[in-house]
Design a protein around this ligand. Structure first.
Ligand SMILES: Nc1nc2c(ncn2[C@@H]2O[C@H](COP(=O)(O)OP(=O)(O)O)[C@@H](O)[C@H]2O)c(=O)[nH]1
Ligand SMILES: [Mg+2]
Length: 388
């Protein structure tokens, strides 16, 4: 086992100065979750939806160069019909999933635990949106409509996949339920760079992910290696250390993924990390970590169809059947929250064409037309891609 075995306390981890510290998400049994539309769920829900899903106010706090790369990626995704991009984070406990979520949105949103014990007991959905520099428009029934004025990034943080030395399959089952209603564009499978071997437990995790979610999910996956500011062992270069670790994990995954070896990206979530002239965190080999991660994620997202859970041939754990009604309630919330929000946005821009603004966005005909518009747009994008 290398330095930094799971559970070991890390160096003090200081957050970015000037970061807004947001209210913690209510959690635990009996918490009451209130959706943006005032939908109330009381009791044990199996999903947390960020209460203030909102404008990405901290986006402007990223270094300017980083903002540029993010915008370029978001624009590319929107132009390809993926203006609502969803990233799912998976991995064992304490590997840095929540820290990576915080790093990606530039907020101290998710609780981070130095002892590697999971701080969340259910998946958490966080959405942030930024206006697109070039809004995507489409011609629908003769009218040009502004389909995507904003880009929505949704991150789904999950509890660890391991409890003690056993696989926590309930997390995977909940993820499966979420992925039935929310297509996953990319998965970040998170692990630490500074661990030197792939353990038997790691292999069990890969096996469980493939069995419950389906091996195809690895085609949407980027292997995200945290603790990137690693000092290589004597006689080893940094590049050697990184490729040894990445290849070790990729090779192990390939045995359960039908041969797919996910791309990887190294990230450093500590704010003490070295920086370049424009104050972006850089890795010892000079890679600008955060832009590199978002670029890999964009490539993998665009290179594969969004992952949607399909139960055929999979064997989720039947012990968790009782969760299904709760999960369904969560699905309603998620749908309402993501879809209605998008519709409202379109409504603000185009409410006049098919009906009154504001309150009327629930009108079925209107929603059906907007859905059709979006489907049509995606069909055309796909046709364009296939023609290439
Ligand atoms: N130095 C360093 N510490 C990290 C990094 N990522 C996470 N940590 C620390 O690792 C511990 C576990 O992180 P957390 O995000 O809670 O892991 P999770 O259980 O996978 O969500 C915390 O003490 C974090 O501060 C990283 O890239 N570098
Ligand atoms: Mg966490």
């Amino acid at each position: 086992m290398g330095r930094g075995a799971q559970g070991e306390q890390d160096e003090e981890w200081v957050e970015e100065e000037g970061m807004e510290i947001e209210a913690e998400i209510e959690e635990g049994e009996g918490a009451s979750v209130s959706g943006p539309l005032g939908l109330q769920f009381t009791g044990t829900t199996s999903l947390d939806v960020d209460q203030d899903a909102s404008e990405w106010t901290n986006f402007k706090h990223f270094p300017v160069a980083t903002q540029g790369v993010f915008r370029a990626c978001f624009n590319k995704l929107a132009q390809q019909g993926r203006p609502e991009f969803t990233i799912l984070l998976l991995g064992k406990n304490g590997v840095g999933k929540s820290s990576t979520v915080n790093h990606l949105i530039g907020e101290r949103k998710q609780k981070v635990n130095p002892y590697g014990v999971s701080t969340i007991d259910k998946p958490t959905v966080i959405t942030r949106s930024v206006p697109l520099p070039e809004p995507v428009t489409a011609d629908v029934l003769g009218d040009p409509i502004n389909l995507y004025p904003d880009f929505h990034l949704t991150l789904i943080d999950t509890p660890g996949l391991v409890i003690g030395d056993r696989i926590h399959e309930a997390t995977l089952n909940t993820v499966a339920e979420i992925a039935k209603v929310e297509p996953i564009d990319a998965v970040l499978f998170v692990d630490r760079l500074d661990v030197y071997e792939v353990s038997a437990l790691d292999r069990e995790v890969f096996e469980a992910v493939s069995r419950v979610l389906g091996a195809e999910i690895w085609g949407n996956t980027v292997l995200c290696l945290t603790h990137g500011e690693l000092e290589p062992a004597k006689g080893q270069t940094y590049a050697d250390a990184v490729s040894a670790r990445a290849e070790g994990i990729q090779g192990a995954i390939a045995r359960y993924s039908g041969g797919t070896r996910p791309e990887f990206a190294v990230i450093e979530n500590s704010s003490k990390c070295a920086r370049n002239w424009s104050s972006e965190r850089i890795l010892p080999d000079g890679t600008v970590a955060l832009p590199n991660l978002i670029q890999r994620v964009t490539e993998v997202g665009l290179g594969s169809q969004p992952y949607e859970y399909d139960s055929r041939g999979k064997s989720p754990d039947s012990r968790n059947k009782w969760m299904v009604p709760l999960v369904f309630a969560a699905q309603v919330l998620l749908k309402k929250f993501l879809f209605d929000k998008a519709v409202r946005q379109w409504d603000t821009y185009h409410g006049d064409e098919w009906g009154p603004k504001e309150q009327e966005f629930k009108d079925d005909k209107y929603i059906a037309k907007m859905k059709e518009a979006k489907r049509e747009y995606i069909r055309r994008q796909k046709a364009k891609q296939e023609a290439k």
